[in-house]
Design a protein around this ligand. Structure first.
Ligand code: NAP
Length: 340
């Protein structure tokens, strides 16, 4: 597929991987529409993306809201005249053991990462059928192998993988190619805007150190290049990072052993009970960690956060937005950032 002049819509593109994908698509000659919930952050991303005179449309939109998604697709087609590529990328992450998760955490995760895939896909399909276009679903290794302390995320990503793979099979004869992207850890800087529950600082520590280790995690810009190339070639599945490929193979061959091993991993993770259901944004959790060694270990995550506009960091709740916008020295304590 030649990308020059093609119209691409990327959800969740105000920061992180979505922003890297939008930059990459523009670099390859696409006209690009982007969305996210926070209008101010989205506008800042649009200004940056359009800096060299590129054609960029930014539409504030919650991908779990059907009316907003239909308007997003309609405005994209109004502005550019057609739609060739849809990338469903928007995501949220809550890290913590099961007792700390509320039903609402599962609903939020399904809203963004399952309905937030299904709704844009269904709204875009009539246009993509006309152009024989491409759909890219950004899922996760959590959608193939369920990691402990990520249950709402795992469940939503498994649902997204199922939808995307079935979609690829159904649309094949219509000439619309679907690529299911299954990334392992990528350095997008997103731990700073993720939510942590239970022993927040310890949860943030294991998650962010893993995110920072080269070899375990992949540079987000490299991931974006690989994803756009795979989409151009019409590949059905892309597994990103060697550890993610290994995990999928081992799980495929020995599912019960994999689950038992993850049970052992779970024993090493911080415990918490249902009294700890409040959520803390990663940036706030980081301020509670004094160890200079830890802050050196997560330096690559912080550098990625700078490149990919994670700060000041739009977040889901008004309380969290207040915390995110305070200066680092003023960062609030755990109880100040709640997703409830
Ligand atoms: P990120 O930096 O937190 O960015 C998430 C983006 O999604 C933001 O632009 C956010 O903006 C937007 N968003 C969140 N909820 C939304 C909603 N309801 N409607 C519209 N936009 C929404 O995340 P990332 O690390 O780049 O991750 C991108 C994708 O890759 C996600 O699907 C994630 O699960 C997947 N992934 C990431 C990793 C990793 O290691 N980072 C690994 C595997 C898979 P607003 O908050 O303003 O809405």
């Amino acid at each position: 597929m030649e990308l020059t002049g093609q119209v691409a819509l990327v959800t969740g593109a105000s920061r992180g991987l979505g922003l890297a994908l939008a930059r990459e698509l523009l670099r390859r000659g696409c006209r690009v529409a982007v969305c996210a919930r926070d209008p101010e952050e989205l506008e800042r991303a649009r200004v940056e993306l359009a800096r060299d005179g590129a054609d960029v449309l930014a539409v504030p939109c919650d991908v779990s809201n059907r009316d907003q998604v239909e308007e997003l697709v309609a405005r994209t087609v109004d502005q550019f005249g057609s739609l060739d590529v849809l990338i469903t990328n928007a995501g949220v992450i809550q890290v913590g053991p099961l007792p700390t998760m509320r039903v609402e955490d599962f609903e939020d995760a399904m809203g963004v990462m399952f309905w937030g895939v299904v709704l844009p896909t269904l709204a875009a399909l009539p246009h993509l059928r006309e152009t024989r276009g491409r759909i890219v679903t950004i899922t996760s290794i959590g959608g193939k192998v369920a990691a402990p302390h990520l249950l709402p995320y795992d469940a939503a990503k498994f649902a997204a993988v199922g939808f995307s793979e079935g979609l690829a099979a159904e649309l094949a004869r219509e000439g619309v190619r679907v690529t299911t992207v299954v990334p392992g850890l990528m350095r997008t800087g997103s731990p700073l805007n993720a939510f942590f529950k239970g022993q927040e600082a310890r949860e943030f520590s294991w998650f962010t150190v893993a995110d920072s280790v080269p070899g375990l995690s992949m540079d987000a810009e490299r991931a974006a290049r690989r994803i756009v190339t795979a989409m151009q070639r019409g590949r059905t599945e892309v597994l990103l990072t060697a550890p993610a490929k290994l995990a999928v193979r081992v799980h495929g061959l020995m599912p019960a052993t994999t689950v038992r091993t993850l049970g052992l991993v779970n024993r090493l993770l911080p415990r918490a009970d249902a009294a700890d259901q409040h959520a803390v944004r990663g940036e706030a959790a980081a301020t509670a960690i004094g160890s200079p060694l830890f802050h050196r270990l997560i330096a690559t995550t912080r550098r990625a956060a700078e490149r990919l506009r994670q700060r000041p960091g739009p977040v889901a709740s008004p309380a969290a937005v207040r915390s995110a916008r305070s200066a680092p020295g003023e960062a609030t304590g755990p109880g100040d950032v709640s997703s409830s």
